[in-house]
Design a protein around this ligand. Sequence first.
Ligand code: ASP
Ligand code: MG
Length: 419
Amino acid sequence: MALLVMKFGGTSVADLERIRNVAGHVKRETDAGNACAVVVSAMAGHTNQLIEWTREAATLHDAREYDAVVSAGEQITSGLLAIILQSMGVQARSWQGWQIPVHTNEAHGAARIVEIVPEELKRRLGRGEVAVIAGFQGIGPDNRITTLGRGGSDTSAVAVAAALGADRCDIYTDVDGIYTADPRVVPRAQRLDKISYEEMLEMASLGAKVLQTRSVELAMVHRVRLQVRSSFDPPDAGLPAGADVAASSGTLVCDEDEILEQQIVSGIAYAKDEAKVTLLNVQDKPGVAASVFGPLSEANINVDMIVQSVSEDGKYTDMTFTVQDTDLDNALAVLEQAKDRIGYGEVRGSTDIVKVSVIGIGMRSHAGVAAQMFHALSEKGINIEAISTSEIKISVLIDAAYAELAVRTLHSLYELDGH
Ligand code: ASP
Ligand code: MG
């Protein structure tokens, strides 16, 4: 008997029929003798609707009341799934974040989980009851409901798995795993059997929307192995009773030691939601970078890639960096305001750029990956506007018009194409 955490996202619980299908997956596991804690998201579209209502009610509103409204989607699905499981003869009980409890910090709307008290859950699971847990929510030090930020039910699932010491954490979603590239862009993209936490973290933060970035961080810290798989497979998947369905499909996110045949590059990611800011004629003297990036960080604007050109005369230089496109207007306003303090000629912003990245832990021990990448892009006539690297990733900023060409070119270059 194993202790499982099963997580189902919004499209997997989009209507009652889909929730019945989810119940089928849960029943398969309980029939096989496993103890199951099930973490659910809100029905697809519900969270967006709830957020919209809080905005319509008042553009500026109390974050505690935002959480009271927005957490409601998960409450509905947890109750509905418990009802359907019960009607199928499976013992089940729904749990809201505060009932477990899932303690978070006070950051309403983007709270972090501080501690989960698992004793009562463990007792119930031990006597064969399925715990259906509302994801995305917890309770703050002010004794009020908090939510964990968009996509936060992934993080709920990983935190529950860590607190319970679960044998497996299965993340059921609307795709059947993690791919070497977005299959809509690269038809020959292949599903990965395994991917390391580090690579998944890069992929998630670079725009692969399958897992919330924070959930991958948490899984890495607590060594929770995640199996990403599709809820759209039929619950029995044609396998004999008791077969480990989850382990036979999808992608396992795990420690790199578990991955025996490591490719140099595991995947190509691209992010369209970046914007470029260029400061022209910035003074080339100590303290300038601090005067640019200080005010931006005070305004909570995250800066990603930074390039500074060499100045010819030693007096003036240009500086380019990227921010999230949703932060662009804000960033431009902050820089306008700090213009005298920084001292620059002109500021420009644009959103028609894309960041393309190659990711792979094999890069740590292989030289030349970057050189190959730059060469292949130049052969296609693609100009690189900025570069950033980490130990296991190289990112380039290019004109958005070339995004798909770049992703496909790099996918073939590193021999990731399937048939
Ligand atoms: N329902 C929440 C959202 O849409 C949490 C989640 O789905 O993970 O962001
Ligand atoms: Mg999600």
